[in-house]
Write a protein that binds this ligand. Structure first.
Ligand code: NAD
Length: 350
């Protein structure tokens, strides 16, 4: 038995979590929660509808329905809706401790706009976590810091793999140096088919020469298929507009211009084409230049590295609320994720 299960935590002591988005990452998060129970999943939504149970959803049944039907509206007791985010918030925002955005961020303002909706039109007060990738989107969220504080919401952004785990690793590695010369992130992702992670792959295509977020948002599935066919399923990404740069700058580690991100995505093979790693080069106080490296194991999938980190930051967020009533916008470069689940200090009656 692993240490987490050994703690035998009652799920009603854990934060009540809603996941917005039930595609690739959303469904994998349900599977992860069965093995790493850091939250009581009470709500789930996608484009087709939403489901809520204040005692906690049956994870195995929900996963089974989603694998079979691909839609939240197929889960028992769900409600069909073509405006699921607004309807869900209207009904249940006050009964949540945390929200994970497993949504596409196309266009760049999609998730920042939902955040404004939560701030201005809902009673939610708790922790929001995302795995946002674009620098522009994180800058938009930074502009909401004051309102987040006023509404007593703690928003942790860029908490996936990159940005996320690798940015936090760069932040840790920086401690050996007095100046950071470069942070170079290189990732390898292998997935069996692109439809398993539609938003992720669209957002990656938006970084290729001749594409942008606007153009990719409007492409049909057939056009995406054709683009991938022309590249034999391989996306080679260089000098990406990735929020690791602004996150490391906001954390005071180095200028954003010293951070580069690139990678290779194989959309037809679950094996990683290259190992994901971050190299941090700096100068020590004795004047020596050196490079620290952090490489992820090739057997770990994108879902394990993204969702595992999201849960770690969810635990960190609940801890910061419990101990310090923290609010406002923070990034994965400013905080460390916590592995073990954190119980809610003030328990809610069910
Ligand atoms: P996906 O396309 O597989 O799933 C998206 C889900 O959002 C679907 O369930 C869809 O129904 C739902 N959705 C879309 N529009 C909606 C709306 N208007 N209302 C309600 N629900 C809506 O997405 P994915 O590939 O799992 O990616 C999710 C996010 O994770 C993306 O933004 C991606 O960039 C991010 N991501 C981050 C990292 C990282 O390391 N930081 C890695 C991979 C993915």
């Amino acid at each position: 038995m692993n240490l987490i299960n050994k703690q035998s935590i009652n799920k009603h002591e854990l934060p009540r979590l809603a996941i917005f988005g039930a595609g690739g990452l959303g469904v994998e998060m349900l599977a992860l929660l069965t093995k790493r129970p850091c939250a009581n999943l009470v709500g789930l939504l996608d484009k087709s509808g939403f489901v809520f149970d204040n005692k906690g959803l049956e994870l195995d049944n929900s996963i089974e329905s989603l694998i079979r039907h691909k839609q939240v509206s197929a889960i028992d007791n769900s409600i069909q809706s073509d405006n699921s985010i607004a309807e869900f918030l209207n009904l249940y925002a006050g009964q949540l401790d945390a929200i994970f955005f497993a949504l596409p961020n196309l266009p760049n303002e999609f998730i920042p706009n939902i955040t404004k909706q939560i701030i201005n039109q809902s009673s939610f007060s708790g922790v929001i976590i995302d795995a946002l990738k674009r620098t522009t989107a994180v800058k938009m969220l930074e502009g909401l810091n004051k309102e987040l504080k006023e509404r007593n919401i703690l928003y942790l952004t860029g908490c996936g793999a990159t940005p996320g785990m690798l940015t936090a690793a760069a932040s840790l590695a920086a401690q050996s140096f007095v100046e950071i010369e470069s942070v170079k992130i290189t990732f390898g992702v292998g997935i069996g088919n692109w439809q398993a992670y539609r938003a992720t792959i669209r957002e990656d295509i938006a970084h290729l020469k001749g594409f942008d977020v606007e153009k990719v948002s409007k492409m049909t599935e057939e056009e995406i298929d054709a683009e991938l066919d022309a590249r034999e399923g391989i996306l080679e990404l260089v000098n990406m507009e990735h929020a690791d740069d602004i996150m490391l700058e906001m954390a005071g580690i180095c200028d954003a211009s010293r951070v580069t991100v690139g990678g290779i995505v194989d959309t037809r093979n679950p094996k990683k084409p290259i190992s994901t790693n971050v190299q941090i080069t700096g100068i020590t106080y004795q004047g020596k230049r050196s490079t620290h490296s952090f490489t992820l194991g090739d057997e770990t999938t994108m879902a394990a590295n993204v969702n595992g980190t999201v849960l770690g930051y969810l635990n960190a967020g609940i801890y910061l609320r419990n101990e310090y009533c923290a609010s406002g916008l923070k990034t994965a470069a400013e905080l460390m994720p916590k592995f073990a689940p954190v119980k809610m200090k003030v328990l809610t009656q069910v």
